[in-house]
Every structure is written in C-alpha cells, then in structure tokens.
Design a binder for this molecule. Structure first.
Ligand SMILES: [Zn+2]
Length: 435
C-alpha cells in the first residue's frame, strides 16, 4: 500500500475512536460552521502531512560531505529549516544543509531533488495562482484564492505566477519555431504516413490598450471539425496562439504552430478569415496549397452600409440586402459586384463611399467566396471560433478597469490565456533554471 493510501485509511479509522473518546458535546450551530471548521482543519492537517512527507524524502543519514558544482568539498553542517509556499499553505520543513569549503556555496540536496526554490511558490501554486491571475485583476484573484484554498498570496505574487505561465508559453513557442525551421525536421515530417485529413486555420487582429497606447495584437487558431447530431459542424481541439508583432514576424509563429499540427501535410488545409490582406499574405507564403475562404459573416458585412446609404426606408434596404446575400450564397459574384456598383457615387472619394469599398472588397476576394463549392464539401465557412477567442484571449482580461499593461506584461498574459483556452495549461513546463 502506498503511503498516502495508508495514511488515509489510518486517519479514517482514528476518527470514530477520537469522537468516542471526546468527553465534551460535539455541538455545532450550523452546517456552515462545520464545513468551515473542517476546511480549516484539513488545511492545517495537510500542511503537517506535507511537512512530514517532505522531510521523509531527505537523506536519513546525511553524508559527511558531497561534491560541490565548483569541484570543491561541501561539508555537512546540520538540518536547517526552509519554507515553501504550497497549496497547503506555507510549509516549514527541515533538511540537510552543506557548505562548500572552496566557494562557500550552501547546498540543500532535498530542495535540488524536488526542484524546490526556498521561499518561493511551488509549481502547483504557480499554476493555480496564475490561472486566477489571467482571469481577473491580481487583487481580486488574491482574494478568490484565499477564499477557495485558504492560501494567502499578495497580488504581486499572483502577478508573478501569471507572468511566469506566459513566459512558459514564450519558451515553448521558441522551441517550436526553432524545430519547425530546420530542414531535417521538415523532411522528416513529410515522410510521416499519417496525415491530417482536414485541418482548419484562422487568424485575426484585435486592438488592446497598453500603457503606451492602443496596439494591434494578432491571434490565430488551428482546429478540426466534427458533426453535431443536427448535422452542423463544431470545432474540435482548438489551439490558439497570440502575439504582439508585425505581420512579417507573426508569420513565424503561424508556421511554427502549424508545423506542430502537420498543417503543410494536411490532405485539406482550409483557412477561414476576414479579408485582411496580411492574413492572406501569410497563408500564401507558408501554405500555398491551402483553400482560402472569406468568413461568411465578414463577407456580408459590406452590404448594410451600401443599403443604408442607397435606401431611405428600412423595408427597401432589407430587401436589397437579402437579394444580394442570396447572390453571394449562390456564388454569383458578378451579380454581387453589379448590385453594389449601381450605388457607387462617383462624386465621393472611394474611402467615403461604402459601395465603392464593397466593389473593391468583392473583386479582390472573389476567389475566396465560392460558397456553393464550400457547402458542397461541408466546409466550415464561419470564423466565429477565432473571433470569440480574440475576445477571450485579449479583450476581457486586458480591458479590466485600472489595468494598464506594459507591452511585455500584456503580451505574456495574452499568451497564457491562449494556452489555457487551448487546454494546454497543465502541459506548460516550468522554466529551466540556467543558474
Ligand atoms: Zn563550491
């Protein structure tokens, strides 16, 4: 029997005995009182168990000396108390302590073995505190953490944990970038026989407010689809990525995250996005074979402003929109462009004329609006997946009142949020200590 099962059984057996032996009355004013008291008790018990369990990991009989990193001899001094911030609260524990005779460096073999940084948050605390910190203001997160886990951390510690999780994403992306750019790896991937059947990608930009003003962040996603019972498509396994970079640099991240998904090898690679030029440039650069689709809702968005300017009454306006949407749905781009052209006002500058803008938009993107074909092939033609993600990754957390992000902080929080929304939270590896 493993230790913790043994301990659980032993404690469970002890509880009825202890209750029977209690001389007083086990009174309680309410269920709430009992819950709160027990929560506090198990927290304290947990702290004690963790302390004992930690100390049991230490060398029972410390050696007289051990070799220091400098090559010198580190002699055993005594057991010395340390503290680590855990889900069970601050745990004070004793462990063997050595000092090097050459460089005077202190050693705690137990801390090394368990990757404990004395006085710092444990990995589990970093994950949970960071998870709260990317959802809400650090002060609020600190209160919620204390309320739910009884662990008290300062808002600044929550902030540190959140930023560290973002930094882990940065490290992972750095590795992905390096890996994806090596020719050997690219050749190897081509040889893998199992290829994704149908993979989707998208990108979008959104504005975020930083200390030095509004900046455009860019986000992207990869996903596959499956059919719901009613036959409609839903996105599965969506992976998000985000950065604060100009398009030519963001492009590297698109390639790197796509490489992980074998995007270039997919039997069908489909990009659904709005009409932004930078998006299609990146797609054409890295994935020339991809099917490019302008998201259906964006494609329709150009029609209302034309109708509003052309018709004074709502009924006419709506009728016109319906008719043109229908052309669009049927893939008759000539008819769409003709309908918009009729309302072009030659006396207006093109940027002031919605009809002229619509004509340009439909003309430039007509190859990406073959909706009858996409429907026939059962493609997803909405990019709602990525748009809702942009809101969740960026806007909600970055917009919380009073939060004025440095570009570094905002970028890390956005990256951590993207990882969480992708279900990658627990896969993020601790930063390597290059000490
Ligand atoms: Zn040394």
């Amino acid at each position: 029997m493993d230790f913790i099962t043994y301990l659980k059984e032993a404690l469970k057996n002890e509880v009825p005995k202890a209750m029977a032996a209690y001389r007083g009355e086990a009174t309680a004013a309410s269920l709430s009182e009992m819950e709160v008291e027990i929560k506090q008790m198990t927290h304290e018990l947990g702290n004690e168990v963790l302390k004992q369990w930690l100390e049991a990991q230490d060398e029972k009989y410390p050696a007289d000396d051990r070799v220091c990193d400098c090559g010198g001899r580190a002699g055993y001094v005594r057991r010395k108390e340390g503290m680590t911030i855990t889900l069970e609260g601050r745990v004070y524990y004793r462990r063997a302590y050595y000092v090097c005779e050459e460089c005077r460096a202190g050693h705690y073999p137990l801390d090394q073995q368990l990757a404990i940084e004395a006085g710092e948050m444990s990995q589990e605390v970093i994950k949970q505190a960071g998870l709260l910190g990317i959802q809400d203001a650090f002060g609020t997160s600190s209160q919620i953490l204390a309320e739910l886990t009884l662990l008290e951390l300062s808002p600044n510690s929550i902030r540190k944990a959140s930023l560290e999780m973002g930094e882990r994403v940065v490290q992972k992306e750095k590795q992905l970038k390096e890996h994806s750019q090596q020719l050997d790896n690219q050749l190897e991937q081509r040889r893998i026989e199992e290829k994704p059947a149908r993979l989707y990608g998208s990108m979008d930009g959104f504005m975020a407010h930083f200390r030095d003003g509004w900046r455009e962040m860019k986000a992207g996603a990869w996903w596959t689809t499956s059919q719901r019972k009613d036959g409609t498509l839903k996105a599965d396994g969506v992976q998000y990525y985000v950065d604060l970079l100009p398009a030519e640099d963001f492009s590297e991240l698109v390639w790197a995250t796509g490489f992980e998904k074998q995007a270039a090898q997919a039997q069908e690679l489909i990009f659904v996005a709005d009409g932004a030029r930078w998006i299609w440039d990146i797609v054409s650069q890295h994935f020339p074979q991809a099917i490019q689709i302008v998201d259906w809702y964006h494609a329709c968005q150009y029609l209302s402003p034309v109708a509003q300017l052309a018709y004074s009454d709502v009924a006419h306006s709506e009728k016109w929109i319906e008719a043109v949407k229908n052309y669009l749905w049927e893939g008759d781009l000539d008819a769409v462009i003709d309908a918009c052209s009729e309302h072009v006002r030659s006396h207006l500058k093109s940027e002031d004329d919605p009809a002229q803008q619509a004509v340009t938009y439909y003309t430039n993107n007509r190859q990406r609006m073959d909706y009858p074909t996409y429907r026939a092939r059962d493609y997803m033609i909405g990019s709602g997946t990525i748009e809702s993600a942009c809101k969740q990754i960026g806007l909600e957390r970055l917009k919380i009142a009073g939060a004025r992000w440095s570009t570094l902080g905002g970028r890390l929080i956005a990256k951590a949020r993207a990882a969480f929304l992708s279900g990658q939270w627990h896969q993020l590896q601790p930063l390597l200590n290059i000490a």
